[in-house]
Write a protein that binds this ligand. Structure first.
Ligand code: AMP
Ligand code: FE
Ligand code: FE
Ligand code: ZN
Length: 280
């Protein structure tokens, strides 16, 4: 059984719709995927409608943006109660915070490049959350960068000329919210230093105490040098080992299904959660 537990759709910052993603998952020979758009559940229903047709099982999740001592941490929340008031409120708040931040970044960029908010809106399309990838796509469309990766490298990465943070809640708070809504929390790409500063792995002890379920040890952007230490620490804390592609369509080089999560881990993942995995 091959299940890629971390993927994105056009509901956040991927170039493929939930429908197309489910079709691609079938074509890639996957038995299931986790749909984990950034700070939104907006892609779930469209993907769910494709389960019967494709035979691809669907694990509904969200990749929450959080902060740990000023460092961005992406926390995957799986199978929690989508009607949970705190999570719904939080998602609404993030949506606004992301728009405010993106507008400010575009204002800064427009001092140096002829880029308008309307250019970015064109790239946002159906997305329910705005992120730097949409700004990157607008810059590519205008010819200021060759592709998303170059736009990030030159302009948009942390420490870059136009980067600013948006509001994000404390990592341990989000782990708590996911658990209280009867979901499971998994630390996404914990060893990807080229994206942003890494949290010291000692933080895993704190995250585990807050209710962390797993760690995404197998991920294309994790730096292999850190894997032995990460694996040892996760094992000691009894955290489950996840593997996933973080597929974003054409937005990133990550290939759908390039890493998967083991079946015995998936069995533990679904135990006691509010939502079930959707099967054919
Ligand atoms: P934001 O949510 O606005 O902070 O943007 C973060 C998103 O940008 C991540 O989820 C990735 O999908 C994407 N991203 C980050 N770094 C890169 C990069 N170097 N190339 C392409 N996409 C990236
Ligand atoms: Fe993303
Ligand atoms: Fe992420
Ligand atoms: Zn992701």
């Amino acid at each position: 059984m091959r299940v890629d537990t971390h993927t994105h759709s056009t509901a956040s910052d991927s170039t493929v719709s939930p429908t197309a993603l489910m079709d691609e998952a079938r074509a890639a020979g996957l038995d299931g995927i986790g749909l984990t758009d950034h700070d939104t559940m907006a892609g779930w229903d469209e993907a769910a409608a494709m389960v019967a047709q494709t035979g691809v099982a669907l694990i509904r999740g969200v990749e929450f943006s959080t902060r740990y001592h000023g460092i961005t941490v992406h926390m995957l929340g799986y199978l929690f109660d989508p009607s949970d008031a705190r999570i719904r409120e939080h998602i609404a708040k993030m949506r606004t915070a992301r728009v405010d931040r993106a507008r400010t970044m575009v204002e800064r960029i427009s001092a140096d490049f002829p880029l308008t908010w309307a250019d970015v809106e064109e790239q946002i399309g159906d997305a329910q959350v705005v992120g730097r990838p949409h700004i990157a796509d607008a810059m590519v469309a205008k010819g200021f960068a060759a592709d998303r990766s170059e736009a990030f490298e030159r302009f948009l990465k942390p420490g870059g000329p136009y980067f600013i943070h948006y509001y994000a809640p404390e990592t341990t708070d989000v782990i708590g919210w996911i658990n209280e809504a009867h979901g499971k929390a998994v630390f996404a790409h914990p060893a990807a230093p080229q994206r942003s500063r890494m949290v010291p792995f000692a933080a895993l002890d704190e995250f585990a105490a807050a209710g962390l379920f797993g760690v995404e040890i197998d991920h294309p952007e994790n730096d292999g040098r850190y894997i032995p230490e990460l694996t040892a620490r996760a094992q000691r804390l009894g955290l489950a080992r996840f593997g996933a592609s973080d597929y974003h369509g054409a937005g990133k080089p990550n290939r759908l299904g390039e890493y998967v999560t083991a079946p015995e881990i998936l069995e533990d993942l679904v135990a006691g959660t509010y939502l079930e995995v959707l099967h054919e």
